[in-house]
Design a protein around this ligand. Sequence first.
Ligand SMILES: [Zn+2]
Length: 175
Amino acid sequence: MSSSMPASLRRARALANTIAYLGHDDELATPEQAERWLREMGCDATVDDTALERLRQFRTAVRAWVAALADPQPARASALGGVTLGVEVADNAWRLRPLGSGIDAFLGAIAADLVYACAAGVSDRLKLCSHERCAIAFWDTTRNRSARYCNPRTCANTVRQRAYRIRRDDTGSRS
Ligand SMILES: [Zn+2]
């Protein structure tokens, strides 16, 4: 089976990664920025302060969901609230359909994408980077699903170098 991320998870990952990290600004900082981001994602909704708060809360919930997927502890749980999904059954198969329009439909579709991915057992490679200043959602392509950082050359390397510096400084202070 291919280890590349299913296209259906792109929207969820994109929302999770609108946060501020390393040199990247929060894309949901103002209603105008949120509207621009939604347009890039193919959603033409207008965003007021209430809608902005809702987008930000849903982003937090998606990130908590991703963290809960990667962490086997039962204490970790997350709910994607505030969306309405209909369930259709046809030809012995079920389908989730986001109800409403605009932001309702957009967030509902992301919730449905995540539910489908969980149901299909293909969501456990989606993780949050362990670098505290990064924390973006990434797709773990390692064979044994052991990656902790979004990028071995950047985030993982920074953490390794920091650990090396601390070890070196410890050694230096003793000599
Ligand atoms: Zn990272």
